[in-house]
Design a protein around this ligand. Structure first.
Ligand code: ADP
Ligand code: ZN
Ligand code: ZN
Length: 749
């Protein structure tokens, strides 16, 4: 019998039924190349496909019918052994397929079978004309020429596209059509152009640490030298110098020959932070962000894999970066919701970071000015040690916070959106040449359109949600924030025929307009999803504000995070209540965190800071504790509630979700899942909330039903829950319905 090396592969075929290891043998001429973590080309069934090598054994006898590997696509493995272990854990923890796990870990470029062929040059498609012209062309093509419309959409959003990444040749008819019409052009570029980090430059000076920074650094260094390293929660108020602690911990890791991963909520929102890492560590830093083209991401990945870049800074998926000798994982703004991936595998990067660190023997440092209840639970259980930095580096006090009761304002005849306090504050701030930030958690012009005569509200025809009012020039229109559906603002109410339809509630666009009307000489900028669609837009706005080209910056939570504007002395929170009303068991926590973060933007340098919080619920503990910088008080109160009502982190949660255009089907699926669990052997260990429609019961014409399950430990109930899930999954599959299971869900509904 012939003997050969056997590789175990996961094939790139999207079906749960083939999501298992298949054996192939390695022909003699490829034996020297074969390694775990490589991609290969194999023949599978009647097709050739891409495959990922997850194991090697042998030499062993070649079994009957066993096929050979056709070729390996990589010179060196893309994933190391530790990362393969991690991919297996992802399957176990998040109930995803092994293919989904590996795909989530690798940049998309590596999913392309042809990606081994390095091109000499790359051809880019670039837009010609203004944004308005592009959008008009896009609109005109939406129905008639979908492919062209898709290209235009990409150009509007990304500013350019590399054709090969989209599987397109310059001769493609849709590409030619856009060029002939004069709305796009081609450009050929050399490969390996240097990657633009989109960071804002920072000083290279290394400051002497404050005593509390020093204490934190020593604890981390001590743990790094330990055989069984310990994790940390770094609780430091805004401006206490957490980033400097990260930087110096990383320097220690580099000296010991190790590597580090720094997770940040969103790269585009943290250009200053990225700038500090790049200025300090130069070319040893790889920045992974969504603005990179697929090819750039692949190049950065290989730089990390080859050990040229030893520090990786990136958003949640950077937790998978193949850093050599990983010793430290930093999670900045640990409490942020962006660490959660909302599509399969529905992972929580903080949890993945912990698992990765465990596999590689690395230390996890989770930093925040408002640690999450999860982080604090880790401290309670002894899984992490708390490091505290209670004062700002410059010894400046935290900003004074004033709560304004908007009901009181109304009683006193002030019908404006700005309290008297905020008006006076804004005027004084601007006249002193200082800057202000106005924060509102809702984009658009108004929340919705409401009939004053009959109470009817304009809803999206595709979703169970009201349409948001937007303004373009002087014209109002309606838009769905879930599916993008646009509609005109009706002149007459479709229900009662009256002319009572009016915008109701406020959005950032309206705040911008009102500030401009009231203070025509004030320079205003707005930063939200609508003004930052284009690549580099965040950075432009931030830079303009830093350059004092803008006096008042208005924005959504985008402006609340990690930004350091030395001349901001006033922060106004327009409506603190909006966040408390979210259908999320963490609504109180989210409010406290956002209020603390946003007020932390004031008074960071020489000037004293002041924050005005406008609210209709001045007594709510989230608002009170944020105003008094009372983290401990907030934490104890919230902890009591979570314990009493059995919510995470005092239990774990899994949310089953079924979606389909037919309501009967999703209701049936959810009920079946519930029934299976109720008669399973773990029924006594879990709490099952009855199958019910989600908070938003329909999106894009698909109905949504859910089942929430609470339990103490995933390990104890996993098999039964997954069993029930698979039964329903297969049934739904027959009807092309989709169902998912989310074991790290925050939002319920
Ligand atoms: P945080 O991340 O906790 O909000 P930062 O690390 O951004 O705080 O620090 C706030 C400011 O103080 C930054 O401008 C930083 O450069 C500066 N800084 C940090 N540590 C020191 C130090 N030990 N001495 C002087 N300045 C420092
Ligand atoms: Zn009406
Ligand atoms: Zn919609």
């Amino acid at each position: 019998v012939l003997q050969a090396l056997i590789v175990e592969v996961i094939v790139d075929v999207k079906s749960r039924s083939v999501d298992k290891r298949y054996d192939y043998y390695v022909p003699d001429d490829l034996v020297d190349v074969a390694e775990v973590g490589m991609r290969a080309h194999v023949s599978f069934g009647r097709q050739d496909c891409l495959a990922f090598v997850v194991g090697i054994r042998g030499p062993e006898p070649i079994r009957d019918g066993m096929k050979p590997i056709l070729e390996f696509l990589d010179e060196m493995p893309l994933l190391g052994k530790n990362e393969i272990l991690l991919s297996e854990w992802l399957c176990y923890r998040y109930v995803c397929t092994h293919l989904q796990a590996i795909s989530a870990m690798l940049p998309a470029a590596f999913r392309d079978r042809k990606s081994r062929n390095l091109q000499k040059t790359r051809v880019y498609l670039l837009p010609l004309g203004t944004r308005e012209q592009l959008e008009a062309a896009l609109h005109a093509k939406l129905r008639k020429a979908r492919k062209q419309a898709r290209l235009l959409q990409n150009l509007v959003e990304q500013g350019e596209m590399q054709l090969a990444e989209f599987g397109l040749a310059p001769s493609d008819p849709s590409v030619r059509a856009l060029i002939l019409e004069g709305i796009a052009r081609l450009e050929e570029r050399e490969i390996y152009r240097s990657v633009e980090y989109g960071s804002i430059s920072a000083s290279k000076d290394i400051p002497d640490l404050t005593p509390s920074q020093n204490k934190a650094l020593l604890a981390i260094e001590h743990s790094l030298a330990n055989a069984r390293p310990e994790d940390f929660v770094l609780y430091g108020v805004t401006g206490s110098g957490k980033t400097e602690v990260y930087l110096q911990s990383i320097a220690a890791v580099l000296r010991a020959g190790g590597g580090a991963i720094v997770l940040v909520p969103e790269i585009a929102l943290t250009p200053q932070m990225v700038g500090r890492f790049v200025s300090r560590f130069g070319g040893q830093v790889a920045v992974l962000h969504s603005g990179l083209s697929q090819g750039e991401k692949r190049d950065e990945w290989m730089r990390i894999r080859r050990g040229e870049a030893r520090i990786v800074v990136g958003a949640r998926s950077a937790v998978f970066a193949p850093v050599t000798n990983l010793r430290l994982v930093i999670i900045d703004e640990e409490h942020e919701s962006s660490y959660k991936q909302e599509e399969s595998p529905r992972y929580e990067a903080r949890e993945v970071a912990r698992q990765r660190a465990r596999i590689s023997g690395a230390v996890v440092v989770s930093g925040s000015a408002t640690p999450s209840l999860f982080a604090m639970r880790d401290v309670e259980l002894g899984h992490a040690k708390l490091l505290t930095m209670p004062i700002r580096v410059n010894r400046k006090p935290l900003p004074s916070v004033e709560i304004v009761d908007m009901r009181e304002e109304l009683r006193n005849g002030n019908h404006s959106l700005f309290s008297r306090s905020l008006q006076v504050g804004l005027e004084q701030t601007v006249s002193r040449g200082e800057q202000a930030i106005l924060f509102l958690n809702r984009r658009g012009f108004a929340s919705f359109s409401l009939c004053r005569e009959c109470g009817a509200c304009m809803k999206c025809p595709n979703c169970d949600i009201s349409l948001t009012v937007h303004k373009s020039g002087t014209k109002m229109y309606l838009r769905c924030h879930y599916c993008g559906h646009d509609a005109p603002l009706p002149a007459a109410c479709p229900e009662c025929g009256s002319e009572g339809m009016r915008p109701f509630g406020i959005g950032t666009q309206q705040i911008e307009l009102l500030v401009k009307q009231k203070w025509p000489n004030t320079r205003v900028a707005r930063m939200d999803n609508d003004t930052t669609r284009q690549k580099g837009a965040h950075q432009k706005i931030i830079q303009a504000f830093l350059n004092h080209e803008v006096d008042v910056l208005i924005g959504t939570q985008m402006i609340a995070k990690g930004l350091d504007f030395p001349d901001v002395s006033l922060v106004g929170v327009i409506a603190a209540d909006t966040m408390l009303l979210l259908p999320d068991y963490r609504a109180a926590e989210r409010s406290f965190q956002l209020l603390t973060q946003v007020s932390g933007r004031a008074g960071r340098a020489q000037i004293d800071g002041h924050t005005v919080i406008q609210t209709y619920r001045p007594d709510h503990f989230s608002i009170q504790c944020a105003a008094h910088h009372d983290f401990q008080g907030f934490y104890e109160e919230e902890k009591r509630t979570r314990e009493a009502f059995w919510y995470p982190p005092y239990c774990e949660l899994a949310v089953f979700l079924a979606t389909h255009p037919e309501e009967k089907l999703v209701m049936g699926a959810a009920r079946r899942f519930e029934r299976e669990l109720r008669r399973s052997s773990v029924a006594g260990q879990i709490t099952i909330l009855p199958a019910s429609p989600c908070g938003i019961s329909r999106i894009e014409n698909k109905y949504r039903y859910q089942v929430v399950v609470k339990y103490l430990k995933w390990d104890e109930v996993r098999d039964e829950i997954v069993h029930a899930f698979h039964i329903v999954y297969q049934k739904m599959n027959q009807y092309h319905g989709v169902c998912s299971l989310d074991v790290s869900a925050g939002r319920i509904g």
